[in-house]
Ligand binder design. Structure first.
Ligand SMILES: Nc1ncnc2c1ncn2[C@@H]1O[C@H](COP(=O)(O)OP(=O)(O)OP(=O)(O)O)[C@@H](O)[C@H]1O
Ligand SMILES: O=P(O)(O)OC[C@H]1O[C@](O)(CO)[C@@H](O)[C@@H]1O
Ligand SMILES: [Mg+2]
Length: 590
């Protein structure tokens, strides 16, 4: 990819403000930092890297027309989908993160203390250059290499925007527990202390409300030395209680200038609000999000920390369920796993185990009765094998149960117990229609799994997340979150990980693998779901025309980092007639 800095001389550059009329963002040529040209197709494509449009970079020029990416539409007030061809699907798009100098121009820089750190001086290419980006889409076509979103590569910079002795950092953990929280805390503290010489680090206790309702706790490498061996979070956590003004007042009053916020999608939305307020007040404060969720439902990043540990620990419950089931007549072992909106833990635990006969996830609305229903499948398996194991994600089948729609303090819907419900339904069905009893053992290990310390792989992963965060903050980036994209750690705009949830793509090969491994009913027609989702994402767009000759990735992904959606033959639904209206209830990806 050739970078040409003489952007303004380019015949392809037309800084036409008229093409952005009625939009909040105004394109100013002086903010355009570079122009990249892409070969490989008959029409040369030009990518203009724009350093900031409402905290995002992005725009590209194609045949002298400037357009913005779908994700930038959100920040400049244009609905995605209104401009076919401007979704970033057919051109490279750079999605940058904010920097303190966006609103505090002229901040002084300092040589990174890592230059003199004996641990790092041996690495010849240790520092990451400002031009380094990571491609979101690695599955592409020879005709259109390098298209789609690109993120800024994480890592230490040669110049930093904070003197070590001036840094006052704080760490907060919010939302539900997750294996690895303590490791992230430990590594932020040790990284700041050992790599950058920062010695003023405090913990905010009890989540967001701790900023204004609790005292802080001092943190140093000695205090956090052993915490990664424990589950939970040493800082405590909570749901609800986000008050942006009070939180930023507290940050300002305490003289904090680096804020590390560890939590899920709700927490990251809170982090974005804090960043906006900090920016409004023009404070020299870097706000860094570290994405957390055991459910792996955070978009863009390859996987979230704690997920690997959860899948591993779930094997113990599945093994127990299998042992119980195979020891008795008509034995069923039913295991509920976490996954409020996304069935990743259930799916991966099933794929890993091989003892699971059926896996039920929120993305696939299942039904009980009739051909292709759960009852029919259970009967078949018990007839064939005499026992079976069912894995169900906690968010599955919620639409089947009657119950209150209570919310937790953060506004998340409280779920009904699908495990108990299925257990009762199966027992009733067998006693009424078959006059047989079932030996059903229901195992709910959800909180036991969530409360354990992270495994070795997650520990290493948490270390990288923490270090990406602190390198970014020291380099003056702010309002960003961190995580691996195709195995490379990136700085990602916070809104990018909160605008959608990562959900299992039932039209993807991974779900097809599961179906072929368990031979369970598909319940839904994957091709139909795929079409419906695309229609929702691109309203009013002729999909056939839109995707002609392009790669067809969406933002969905699987946990090995490849683009999941439509990256292969869609899972073909089995020929089961749809005997229940539940088959219509398939949710589209958000
Ligand atoms: N839209 C929002 N704006 C500001 N703050 C929010 C928003 N949504 C949630 N929060 C705050 O973020 C914190 C955590 O949110 P939540 O309880 O939803 O957990 P989460 O971060 O999504 O993690 P989990 O994966 O456990 O659900 C809460 O303190 C909540 O008040
Ligand atoms: O701690 P709580 O509020 O019961 O949270 C439970 C929820 O949190 C999660 O573990 C996500 O953090 C979900 O899987 C689950 O539904
Ligand atoms: Mg959440």
């Amino acid at each position: 990819m050739a970078c040409i800095n003489a952007l303004r001389q380019s015949p392809h550059y037309m800084p036409s403000e008229t093409s952005f009329q009625n939009r909040e963002a105004v394109l100013r040529p002086e903010r355009l930092s570079s122009l990249s040209s892409y070969g490989g197709s008959s029409q040369p494509r030009l990518c203009i890297t724009y350093s900031r449009i409402s905290q995002r970079s992005v725009l590209f020029s194609k045949r002298n027309r400037l357009t913005v990416s779908a994700s930038t539409h959100a920040s400049i007030g244009v609905h995605p989908g209104t401009e076919p061809g401007s979704h970033g699907l057919n051109a490279p798009v750079f999605e940058d993160v904010p920097h303190l100098t966006d609103y505090l121009p002229g901040l002084p820089t300092y040589p990174s203390p890592l230059i003199d750190n004996p641990a790092y001086t041996t690495g010849r290419h240790y520092f990451v250059g400002t031009e380094d980006v990571v491609a979101r889409n690695v599955v592409t076509t020879l005709e259109s290499p390098g298209v789609g979103p690109h993120f800024r590569r994480a890592g230490p910079r040669e110049k930093v925007y904070f003197k070590s002795e001036d840094v006052k950092a704080c760490i907060v953990t919010c939302g539900g527990l997750c294996p690895g929280l303590n490791t992230v805390i430990r590594e932020i503290v040790c990284g700041l202390w050992n790599q950058y010489g920062v010695q003023d680090i405090i913990g905010i206790e009890g989540g967001y409300r701790g900023f204004y309702a609790r005292n802080t706790v001092p943190l140093n490498p000695k205090i956090v030395n052993d915490i990664h061996k424990r589950g939970g979070t040493v800082l405590g956590t909570s749901r609800g209680g986000h008050d942006t003004t009070k939180i930023v007042n507290s940050i300002q009053d305490r003289g904090i200038n680096q804020v590390y916020i560890i939590g899920g999608d709700g927490t990251q939305k809170g982090a974005a609000a804090i960043y906006e307020e900090v920016r409004k007040r023009k404070l020299k404060v870097s706000v860094v999000g570290v994405p957390k969720t055991i459910d792996n439902d955070i978009a863009v990043i390859d996987r979230s920390f704690g997920f690997d540990t959860a899948v591993e620990e779930a094997q113990r419950a599945i093994n127990a369920a299998h042992t119980e089931a195979e020891s008795v007549h008509n034995g069923i072992g039913l295991v509920k796993l976490m996954g409020r909106y996304s069935g990743y833990i259930a799916m991966y635990a099933t794929l890993a185990s091989r003892d699971v006969d059926i896996c039920l996830i929120p993305e696939v609305p299942f039904y009980l009765e009739g051909q292709g229903g759960l009852y029919e499948f259970v009967e078949k398996r018990l007839r064939e094998n005499g026992h079976m194991v069912i894995v169900v994600a906690e968010g599955a089948g919620q639409e089947l149960m009657e119950g209150s729609v209570a919310l937790d303090a953060s506004g998340n819907r409280l779920l009904n117990d699908i495990g108990l419900w299925i257990s009762q339904k199966l027992k009733d069905y067998y006693s009424k229609t078959k006059e047989q009893s079932l030996n059903l053992k229901y195992i709910d290990p959800t909180y036991m799994i969530r409360a354990i310390p992270s495994n070795a792989a997650d520990n290493v992963y948490c270390t990288l997340l923490a270090q990406s965060g602190l390198h970014g903050a020291m380099a003056g980036y702010t309002g960003f979150t961190v995580g691996p994209v195709n195995g490379r750690h990136c700085f990602i705009p916070i809104s990018r990980v909160t605008e959608k949830q990562n959900r299992v793509n039932v039209a993807d090969r991974m779900w097809a693998r599961l179906l072929s491994s368990t031979q369970q009913p598909a319940f839904i027609d994957a091709e139909e779901v795929n079409k419906k989702e695309l229609k929702a994402e691109l309203p009013g767009v002729d999909l056939k025309k839109h995707f002609a000759g392009m790669y067809t990735g969406t933002d969905s992904k699987n946990t090995n980092g490849s683009i999941a959606s439509m990256d292969g033959a869609p899972a073909k639904a089995k020929e089961y007639p749809k005997s229940s209206s539940n088959t219509e209830k398939s949710e589209t990806k958000q």
